[in-house]
Design a binder for this molecule. Structure first.
Ligand code: ADP
Ligand code: ZN
Length: 772
């Protein structure tokens, strides 16, 4: 018997092995130890009756690690689809589906030594099982006070007690050891689940009110219920404006699906950003909820995975990789904020969690609900063409109005107050009013750091990353959190006098290269370096100067490096311990802070200059989402958007927060330019030590693809990538465009067949979201 095995080696296809005489045939999804070159590694059986070799030629499996399949066969198939579609190795996809530690022979459960009292022990203290005449143990030795006390404690815990707990009660391991030696106590290893919710009570303080649904919510739920009850595959797009109460609908639909005996997967872009959703589900479904995301420790993730696999769980909440959760009775997948680009993995396998979710639901006959206030162009196109069912919520709950959006033309502001203006007069006055009314403010700038570039005014010298084609961003703190501001100015704030003279570290946002900024020019020794462009650190510093009494917090990737600090900042803001929250797009996502009445957008233009056909879509989404954070409580909300391009259509449409109108306009542009969702794209990046080397490789691949592909497939390039150098490598790109994705993939696959070393020097991105 021959079987196919996938191994964790990048881009490697399935390998064939022989099941030796006398070994039971391992199940699909079981792990096996197999020889590969000089090593023996852990792989996963992915197929039976492989016919690549004759039995005599194939190497034999060394051993089988799982009597029962570790991965359900449905998940093996999903990995196979993922690997094929995204042109990665099957082992690359399986790596994501496997729990941490799966390469090791035994699962990495946390075990603890547990002590229990034996029958002899019980009789020694005259307990329940005492037999007449044996109140001392067989050797006739009396018990010490400590031993006696330990046995008394253990007698009260028939299931045994972990050593850690005994220690907490003042019983040392020494005492237990002596009792074990005398046969009065026994020891065993017991598995302990590491629980990411540990210490968080199931019941929250606030009472759960059973809400009356709005008429729109009710109708949406009726439609979705009908689809769920059909027990067939379908996709619904729940397009609901910000604050329309989508979460409530997910919760009720999930309740129904659970009652019908099936399971629910809820996908969110980033767990830390949506702790309220996880808390809500946990309150509703208690310990039958598991979470899966990368911020958990390996141990927690491992244990949660096995709880799901054992069937102890009915609801899984997680980020993109949770799409591979080993549920076997799936009835519903909810993809919340389906437009969010964090569903796309930007490393091999470059899969999109939402799209894999749809493929999974198709295979398992489940309903998918894609939820968003600003759906992706792809999903909305599928909804208007009838491929998905469109369910809309056009109003906020409780008749609350959407925030009004006001545009501030920053050209006028610069003309009046000079080029260093960060916050317009209008925004500052609005903040003043909100602070006076004890309301809260969110300030968005989708760019981190203090200054975006530093240069010498005398000789023009600049600070570029030596490894990447970008300039270094100036930060007031080192990547490890050290502050540049001597004398410990609070929170790294600049001085009022010269905010553009603050020094710090230059950092590359792509490769993390870091450099202490000198005080003088490295080339001409001129004593002053100029800074230009600003990011969230500078905004925070300016706000601290302008609003000295306000409590200000900052949320971006630098400020939340420490585990738990993001949740902490958000909950401080939620409790009202902060007045202003400054941040990147992290603060635009899904939060529900009822006391926020003002949202300030420092620059609507951050993404607009990029050579990316999705720039308008991203800008519209970000502005609409962040405006959606205002006015979610009883007080009406307002958004003030600063821009240099007030006439740009994505800015204009965001002011109106009218998605269908934006879509109608954007879709025409995509159709005319032959971009997604009408045309599929595959981005191929050739990497090399020199530009020539990368060019040559890309040219070679382009020729091969052109020879393979039908004329309908357009091959653009090669041309240097917008990020021409990244982490020391030169990059040249090719685009494949066409109406039929399968055709494009086949052509590329055929072009690369048998050239594993070429494949390794390419980055292939199917349905790319980021084309830099
Ligand atoms: P969305 O995800 O659509 O932006 P949420 O689900 O966060 O909106 O809901 C917005 C707010 O409205 C939340 O505070 C939620 O608890 C509340 N809410 C939802 N449904 C109702 C309802 N039917 N009546 C009153 N409040 C509701
Ligand atoms: Zn770099």
């Amino acid at each position: 018997m021959l079987v196919s095995v996938a191994v964790p080696v990048p881009f490697l296809g399935e390998l064939t092995y022989r099941v030796p005489e006398g070994m039971a045939v391992p199940a699909i999804g079981a792990r096996v130890r197999v020889p590969l070159g000089p090593r023996v590694i852990t792989g996963c059986v992915v197929g039976h009756n492989a016919a690549v070799f004759t039995e005599g030629e194939a190497k034999a499996i060394h051993s089988v690690l799982d009597a029962e399949p570790l991965l359900p066969p449905t998940i093996v198939e999903l990995c196979r689809w993922t690997a094929d579609y995204y042109m990665a190795g099957l082992g690359d996809a399986l790596r994501i589906a496997m729990p941490p530690g799966a390469r090791r022979e035994r699962p990495a459960f946390k075990t603890e030594r547990v002590a229990s009292i034996t029958t002899q022990g019980l009789s020694a203290i005259g307990g329940a099982a005492a037999q007449p005449g044996s109140d001392a143990d067989d050797a006739g030795r009396a018990l010490t006070t400590k031993q006696r006390a330990a046995l008394d404690v253990l007698a009260g815990a028939p299931a045994g007690l972990p050593m850690s707990e005994l220690r907490d009660r003042g019983i040392t391991s020494d005492v237990i050891r002596r009792l074990v030696a005398r046969g009065l106590t026994s020891m065993r290893d017991a598995t302990q689940d590491r629980d990411p919710f540990e210490g968080q009570p199931l019941e929250s303080g606030e009472a759960d009110v059973v809400r009356e649904l709005t008429e729109e919510q009710r109708q949406a739920l009726v439609t979705l219920r009908m689809l769920a009850e059909a027990r067939r595959f379908s996709v619904a797009l729940l397009h609901g404006v910000t604050g329309s109460g989508k979460t409530e609908i997910y919760l009720r639909l999930a309740t129904d699906v659970l009652q019908s005996g099936r399971q629910v997967l809820l996908m969110v872009p980033e767990i830390a950003l949506t702790p309220s959703v996880a808390a809500l589900f946990r309150r509703a479904f208690g310990t039958r909820v598991a979470i899966q995301h990368s911020a958990l420790s390996d141990g927690e993730r491992h244990d949660q995975w096995h709880r799901i696999r054992r069937g102890d769980v009915d609801v899984v909440i997680g980020t993109r990789s949770a799409v591979f959760a080993p549920l076997v009775r799936l009835g519903l997948i909810v993809v919340d904020e389906e437009h969010d680009s964090s569903y796309k993995q930007e490393e091999t396998p470059r899969y999109h969690g939402r799209d894999v979710a749809i493929v999974r639901a198709q295979a398992e006959g489940a309903l998918v609900v894609l939820g968003s206030a600003t759906p992706s162009m792809e999903s909305y196109q599928n909804a208007t063409s009838g491929k998905y069912i469109l369910v809309s919520l056009e109003k906020r709950v409780m008749d609350r109005a959407l925030a009004t959006v006001r545009l501030i033309n920053m050209r006028d502001e610069y003309a009046e107050r000079g080029p260093d203006v960060v916050t317009s007069v209008a925004l500052e006055e609005a903040i003043d009013r909100r602070l006076a009314a004890r309301e809260q403010v969110v300030v968005l700038l989708n760019r981190r750091g203090y200054a975006t570039s530093v240069f010498c005014r005398q000789c023009g010298d600049t600070f570029e990353c030596p490894n990447c084609s970008v300039s270094l961003t100036m930060h007031t703190t080192h990547a490890d959190g050290r502050s540049a501001v001597r004398g410990g100015a609070r929170g790294g704030a600049a001085t009022a006098a010269e905010p553009s003279r603050i020094s710090g570290w230059g950092r590359c946002h792509y490769c993390n290269y870091s450099l202490r900024m000198p005080n003088a020019c490295r080339k001409c020794a001129a004593p002053y370096l100029e800074q230009s462009g600003f990011g969230t650190e500078r905004v925070e510093a300016q706000l601290k100067i302008r609003f000295p009494d306000a409590r200000i917090g900052r949320v971006d990737r630098d400020s939340v490096r420490r585990k738990g600090s993001l949740a902490e900042l958000l909950s401080r803001f939620g409790r009202g311990d902060l007045d202003i929250l400054v941040g990147t797009q992290m603060i635009a996502k899904g939060h529900d802070f009822p006391r926020v009445t003002l949202v300030g957008v420092i620059s609507a233009d951050v993404g607009l200059g990029l050579a990316d056909f999705r720039a308008a879509e991203r800008t519209f989404q970000l502005l609409t989402q962040v405006a959606g954070r205002a006015g979610r409580g009883a007080q009406a909300g307002e958004a003030i958007v600063q821009t240099l391009y007030p006439e740009h259509y994505s800015v204009q449409m965001a002011v109106r927060q009218d998605y269908p109108v934006f879509f109608a306009k954007e879709v025409e542009f995509r159709r005319a330019m032959e971009y997604p969702p009408f045309f599929a794209m595959i981005n191929v990046i050739a990497r090399g030590r020199s530009l020539e080397e990368a060019m040559e490789l890309a040219g070679d691949v382009a020729r091969r693809v052109r020879a393979q592909a039908p004329e309908r497939v357009i091959v653009l390039g090669p041309a240097p990538a917008p990020m021409g150098r990244l982490r020391g490598e030169h990059r040249v790109q090719l685009f494949l465009k066409g109406a039929r994705r399968a055709e494009m993939r086949q052509a590329l696959q055929a072009a690369l067949a048998g050239s594993a070393d070429v494949r390794r020097r390419l980055t292939v991105d199917v349905d790319p979201l980021n084309v830099l």
